[in-house]
Write a protein that binds this ligand. Structure first.
Ligand code: SAM
Length: 271
């Protein structure tokens, strides 16, 4: 049995909220089956001082400040809760293409970086990878050559209140100050040109990961790694996330989805 908690009287945090209306199904006897009468809807509400208008009615600004179940002016139920890190992360500004979460997850899991790790990454782009990494490691040094991208990345980091990312307006193809780094992540057009930088910055046993959307970039990068005395190539993978439609007995892969994002090449510094 589900217990409904009516929206708490005391306003919760003033930060952004997520407002969700669950899908509702109804059994129609003449049809002999359940029909979806309300589709699920979800809103990210940043301004809690304005009412939220939806096709299921308007929610008062005061109710948006609560947590729990609230009713619209048409007496429809909505669930309100504080936006989490990942809700806010999904709203960051995009400059260039960002690395998808599925690929970031594998970088974190495979390299095993943690709260004592120091990471160098670049280009910063929109800061998406740097932001996710910063949740798990001690410090992220993020390099970017493009002024506009750097500004977007900085703004995204500021908006999330993250303090352990240090940006540098410099190329990763030239030497950097950091030493004994645990992990270096490259999302660059010519990642092979950063091998000298990685060699000097990584500690022995440190990981080098390159993310490239295309086969020729991946091929040239791995060939350069194979020729380099300081690195071994561990593996190159392409992570396929297949989303499924699960509606009653209609359970099958979704017909439209993004299949390819990029290739991840994992290497290790051996000396
Ligand atoms: C695809 S984007 C990176 C996206 C980023 N990984 C993210 O998740 O938001 C590639 C970035 O590399 C930057 N870039 C290109 N050459 C560079 C270099 N030599 N050093 C540092 N950044 C570079 C580009 O300006 C661009 O912003």
């Amino acid at each position: 049995m589900s217990v409904k908690k009516q929206g708490s009287k005391a306003p919760s945090k003033a930060g952004p909220k997520v407002v969700i209306r669950k899908a509702k199904k109804q059994f129609f006897e003449d049809l002999g089956r359940e029909v979806t009468v309300t589709k699920p809807v979800s809103f990210y509400v940043a301004d809690l001082d304005k009412p939220l208008s939806t096709k299921y009615g308007t929610i008062k600004a005061d109710d948006l400040k609560k947590t729990g179940v609230v009713l619209s002016d048409t007496k429809k139920e909505f669930n309100v809760f504080d936006a989490s890190f990942i809700d806010k992360y999904r709203r960051i500004r995009r400059a260039p293409q960002i690395i998808p979460l599925k690929d970031i997850g594998v970088i974190l899991a495979f390299t095993g970086v943690g709260r004592d790790s120091v990471v160098v990454e670049g280009g910063s782009g929109s800061g998406a990878l740097a932001i996710l990494l910063s949740r798990y490691v001690k410090k992220v040094y993020s390099y970017e050559v493009n002024d506009e991208h750097l500004e977007v990345a900085r703004e995204n980091v500021r908006s999330l209140g993250i303090k352990n990312i240090v940006f540098a307006h410099r190329s990763l193809y030239a030497p950097i100050k950091q030493k004994a780094v645990d992990l270096m992540c490259l999302d660059l057009p010519e990642p092979w040109d950063a091998l000298g930088t990685a060699d000097k910055a990584l500690k022995p046993g440190g990981f080098l990961v390159s993310y490239s959307p295309t086969v020729p970039q991946t091929q040239d990068f791995v060939n350069a790694v194979l020729k380099h005395d300081s690195f071994v190539h561990l593996k190159t993978v392409d992570i396929i996330e297949q989303e499924w439609q699960v509606e009653g007995r209609k359970v099958r892969p979704k017909s439209k989805q993004i299949v390819h994002s990029g290739f991840l090449t994992f290497c290790r510094k051996i000396r």
